[in-house]
Design a protein around this ligand. Structure first.
Ligand code: ADP
Ligand code: MG
Length: 698
């Protein structure tokens, strides 16, 4: 009988409850997880380099015996211990040192054989490795996993050694790999000469040679891309099959609105509106992603799209990721729309639906939506609730789409007869990537900011020298402008950080910012309270706002010209860019003052990028470079966090191939019903449970 890959690692030979626990902590709970826990690097231990051949400045692997060892305290730093070992292999001698790990002294008995990996340096006239990775090679045990082959080196779960880890993986391979089915379609495999699954998994852990390792990577990376592209291909196909709404895009409502705007649309906005109009006029449903930097004016475009739907008698729904944002969109859009004095043929009815509403209010709103008395509904996730049913939903706008899961995003359009969908994001994605990542969407970009905007002056201060930052902020306040002082919130220590923001508010209000009116806002405050504070700030009853990342998305107050970001190393680059987008929204010069004693190289790189770049696309590219695609797209972007070894940036070709193969497959078997595709279907649903509906419903 075939053994199930979904079996818990607990049942694997050599894994007791304790190990199972540390495996779980490392994200490994099933055998499959373990098999897909790929090595961090490899060592070719078929031939070891002779010590006499070591070259300074390079990472190399040697095998040698311990000749002598010692332990001493550092003279320069108290309480700092150094373990030293002299090792030799017959061709020469090498010194190894480890700092502050006194227990190591016990490991290195004279005569012990070690495999050492590290960077060789010349130090005090001799060759030395500092803190090399090491493995003790046993004289008795079977060392065929650890010596005389290309050996995997893993990021170790707590409490495991490389040797025990290799043993666990080996057991899993031996026990579970025979008879494992390959879920990739045979055609796709043979067309591209990919290794089969079993052979790939073996060779990614214990490659017979480097060529096979490469082929294993190729196949497994393809697999990741393929599983990621498949839902997109399915969705695209499904969209094509169904007829949508051909909107009547020429009419007085939208035109009147544009004519009465207090500003002139930018050329980029005009172009994007033309693209949207063309889409909406067609009988197929629009599936468009609208990218634009913070402040580029996406909301106006979305409003115009909504009016295009409304003037033909359809309803529009506008979903935003947070209550604050939904409310702000509501305020702004209703203000802009109803202010239009020349529009007499019909009043556009706009309504706000948030989760804060009482059941009674909700029921009333549901009724109005259902009866078609409401033209535009703006809200949060609350729009997805069962009770929300439209009379005639013709357009769905989803703001800041990366805040919603793929599944959630698909839900709202299901409330209408295949409505047009406009998805907006202020997280710019390099274009090459976007095309493939959003394979099911067409893409529009607002590539310019409204005229007259100055780039936000961005400066970095150390914790110790942050006074000048406060002074800049105070100067702005004295001129009648307003400021934000942002404090990070990290999920794990949520409560703790809120206390920080609170404490800081009290401290600043009594100290540095004594002469000003200081507000405090954070996610723990009741919605009403948040709104009250925001409103006060908007009405200029507050000069500065101490806040957490609730500010991150979309808040739009033009008089706010200064932002201080405390502990800015704790924010991601995209987040910092979003935050900075809260200032520089008017015509006055604005400041973003980053305070940080960034320790890690990554954090320093982020801050440097913020100082250097202002354009969201450049920042996105930089972010992608620093973090890699998986992290870049964040937790919610289901598909991409699954990418462990596939890299869309360096493997564009393979990604394209996966996309083509996915398209071919769904042409042949759109619901993955054919028997040979059974395993694939299972695999896909395991990753994207929400696609069940997509495949079953015709
Ligand atoms: P985004 O949603 O892309 O961050 P918004 O639509 O909120 O940007 O626009 C930012 C601000 O710029 C708003 O106050 C909006 O009214 C204003 N705005 C939008 N388009 C223009 C334009 N063409 N010229 C001047 N101001 C504009
Ligand atoms: Mg916006």
């Amino acid at each position: 009988m075939e053994k199930l890959l979904s079996t818990s690692v607990r049942y694997l030979k050599g894994i007791g409850p304790k190990r199972a626990k540390s495996f779980n902590k490392a994200g490994i709970s099933t055998i499959e997880d373990l098999l897909y826990y790929f090595p961090r690097r490899y060592e070719d231990r078929t031939n070891f380099l002779a010590i006499s051949k070591l070259q300074a400045g390079q990472h190399q692997t040697i095998k040698a015996r311990v000749l002598a060892r010692g332990e001493r305290k550092s003279f320069r730093r108290r309480g700092f211990s150094i373990v030293e070992a002299a090792v030799g292999d017959g061709t020469g001698k090498l010194f190894c040192v480890w700092f502050n790990q006194p227990y190591l002294a016990d490991y290195f008995k004279v005569g012990t054989t070690l495999v050492l990996y590290g960077k060789t340096e010349e130090y005090a006239g001799r060759l030395q490795m500092s803190s090399p990775e090491f493995e003790i090679i046993s004289g008795d045990a079977d060392e065929s996993l650890n010596i005389g082959r290309i050996v995997p080196v893993y990021s170790l779960p707590e409490g495991l050694t490389q040797r025990s880890m290799r043993q666990c993986v080996k057991s899993a391979l031996d026990e579970y790999l025979p008879g494992i089915g390959d879920f990739l379609p045979y055609d796709a495999r043979s067309r591209n000469s990919f290794l089969n699954l079993a052979k790939s998994i073996i060779n990614i852990h214990f490659p017979d040679n480097l060529e096979l390792k490469k082929q294993a990577y190729q196949r497994l990376a393809f697999e990741e891309f393929f599983l990621f592209q498949l839902p997109l291909a399915l969705r695209k196909l499904k969209k094509k099959e169904k007829l949508g709404i051909a909107h009547k895009v020429d009419g007085p409502l939208a035109e009147g609105f544009i004519a009465r705007l207090p500003f002139k649309l930018t050329a980029a906005q005009e172009r994007v509106i033309a693209e949207i109009k063309e889409d909406m006029a067609r009988p197929q449903a629009m599936q468009r992603l609208l990218q634009g930097d913070v402040g580029s004016g996406k909301t106006v475009v979305a409003t115009i799209a909504s009016l295009l739907a409304v003037q033909g008698g359809y309803q529009a729904a506008f979903m935003a990721p947070t209550e604050v944002l939904a409310r702000q969109h509501y305020d702004k859009i209703s203000h802009q729309v109803t202010r239009s004095p020349g529009h007499q043929d019909r009043e556009v009815k706009i309504i706000l639906l948030t989760s804060g509403a009482t059941q009674k209010e909700k029921d009333r709103i549901y009724q109005e939506i259902k009866q078609g008395k409401v033209d535009l509904v703006i809200g949060t996730h609350s729009l997805l609730e069962q009770g929300v049913q439209f009379k005639n939903l013709g357009l769905v706008v989803i703001d800041e789409q990366h805040k919603f899961g793929v599944g959630q995003r698909a839900l709202l359009p299901q409330k209408g007869p295949n409505p047009d969908v406009l998805i907006m994001t202020a997280t710019p994605i390099p274009r090459t990537l976007a095309i493939t990542l959003y394979g099911d969407l067409d893409i529009s970009v607002i590539s310019e900011l409204p005229a007259g905007r100055l780039p936000v002056k961005t400066l970095h201060f150390s914790e110790k020298d942050k006074l000048p930052a406060y002074n800049i902020a105070k100067e702005q306040l004295r001129q009648g402008h307003q400021a934000y002082i942002v404090y990070p919130v990290i999920e794990e220590s949520y409560a703790l950080d809120i206390a920080g923001a609170k404490k800081m508010h009290a401290q600043l209000a009594a100290g540095e910012f004594k002469e000003f009116r200081l507000g405090l806002i954070h996610g723990r405050l009741k919605q009403k309270e948040q709104d009250r504070v925001m409103l006060k700030f908007k009405e200029r009853e507050l000069d500065a706002l101490v806040s957490t990342t609730v500010l991150e998305v979309g808040i739009d107050i033009a008089n706010a010209t200064c932002m201080i970001v405390e502990h800015s190393e704790r924010f991601g680059l995209a987040q910092l860019h979003q935050l900075r987008g809260r200032v520089g929204r008017g015509l006055a010069e604005s400041f973003c003052l980053l305070i940080s004693d960034a320790q890690t190289q990554e954090a320093r790189a982020r801050l440097a990028a913020m100082v250097k770049y202002h354009d969201g696309f450049q920042i996105a590219e930089e972010d992608l470079r620093i973090r890699g695609p998986g992290e870049f797209f964040g937790r919610r972007q289901h598909g991409l966090t699954e990418l462990k070894i596939a890299n869309p940036l360096t493997q564009m070709q393979l990604l394209k191939l996966a996309r083509e193969e996915a398209a071919k497959l769904v042409q042949l078997d759109p619901r993955l019903e054919a028997r040979p595709n059974g395993l694939l279907r299972e695999k896909l649903l395991q990753r994207f449970p929400e696609y069940d509906k997509l495949m079953v419903v015709g």
